[in-house]
Design a protein around this ligand. Structure first.
Ligand SMILES: C[S@@+](CC[C@H](N)C(=O)[O-])C[C@H]1O[C@@H](n2cnc3c(N)ncnc32)[C@H](O)[C@@H]1O
Length: 310
């Protein structure tokens, strides 16, 4: 079956999936499964760390039954509710309720052809919250992400691939300020909720003369705008706890290189800018809406030796 078939297949099968980022990750992993299965002569074993309700790994296994080894593929997630839902929605999918940052857990899983990390590592970053600081301890959090990535990559077969999809930190001066104009009172009120309730970082802003205009750092702006679609929705309860942003593109490149992987494809994407533009206008000249996500496909380089997690 050719790429045109799969484009049409995914267009209809992913229609009900609200999260556009997840759709992009699934389609990229599907292309990789089709490509890799021509190179290796066994059904592919998939591992998803932070598999949640299983939509990514479950959909991929269901759609590529002939090419994947469902019985030896795994999802890992520490959230009991998500694991229960995953087992219900994808019967037969093997999913462990466990912490994927625990080297013992990963050491017992075996080796896999494709490792999926979809919107998972930003949670490892966000969980490194320092109560005294009142914010995420950035250097410690980045180290935790690097160790988690190392442990995960150690689960790959020598011919294995990584599919990583996550939020993206902006380059440039993070404290550079930017002026925003909210397009309606609800958007202004939602911003107030964001500034009060966003947990990973303190959000400071200056109210300007126009009640609909504020000034804040680009750092805070990126955090606000990428969460703005959840404000006023039930999902805000969990979304308020997590920072999507942790690594810049350069930091992703160097983390992946350090783990002995070769990047074969890297894309930065923005999925929700139409929704953003309906809420706010950037007044400061020369500043654009940020790139929201990064998608990386990387392959283990031939001479990579097993690295220690510790
Ligand atoms: C945003 S969800 C993404 C779920 C799934 N990858 C998807 O795209 O549908 C992130 C998931 O990672 C899980 N998670 C985060 N840190 C984890 C850890 N250290 N161990 C196991 N699961 C973790 C959370 O429980 C959550 O279900």
């Amino acid at each position: 079956m050719d790429d045109d078939f799969w484009d049409i297949y995914w267009e209809s099968h992913l229609q009900t999936m609200e999260n556009l980022g997840k759709q992009v990750a699934i389609q990229a992993a599907s292309r990789l499964i089709r490509h890799l299965s021509k190179e290796v002569n066994h059904p592919l074993r998939l591992l998803e760390l932070g598999s949640g309700e299983g939509q990514v790994i479950g959909t991929l296994l269901d759609s590529h039954k002939q090419l994947c080894d469902r019985n030896n593929s795994f999802g890992v997630d520490y959230n009991a509710q998500s694991v229960t839902r995953c087992r219900k929605d994808y019967p037969g999918l093997r999913v462990d309720q466990a912490d994927f940052t625990d080297p013992v857990i990963l050491g017992n899983l075996g080796k896999f052809d494709i490792l999926l990390l979809v919107n998972a590592l930003h949670e490892v970053f966000s969980n490194t919250f320092d109560a005294e600081l009142g914010e995420v301890d950035i250097p410690a959090a980045k180290n935790n992400v690097l160790s988690a990535l190392r442990g995960a990559v150690n689960c790959l077969e020598p011919s294995g691939w990584l599919v990583l999809f996550d939020g993206l930190e902006q380059t440039g001066n993070p404290s550079e300020t930017i002026e925003l104009h909210f397009l309606d009172p609800q958007a202004r009120a939602d911003f107030e909720t964001f500034a009060k309730q966003y947990h990973p970082f303190n959000i400071q802003f200056t109210q300007l003369n126009n009640p609909m205009n504020v000034q804040l750092s680009r750092h805070s702006f990126t955090r606000y705008i990428t969460k703005s679609i959840f404000l006023g929705k039930r999902l805000w309860q969990t979304e308020q706890l997590e920072s999507y942003q942790y690594f810049t593109e350069q930091e992703f490149r160097s983390a992946i290189d350090q783990e002995g992987l070769l990047i074969k494809d890297l894309q930065t994407l923005t999925m929700n800018d139409e929704k953003w533009r309906s809420r706010v206008e950037i007044i400061t000249p020369g500043i654009e809406f940020p790139d929201e996500h990064i998608l990386i496909l990387a392959k283990l380089s031939p001479g990579r030796s097993q690295k220690s997690i510790i």
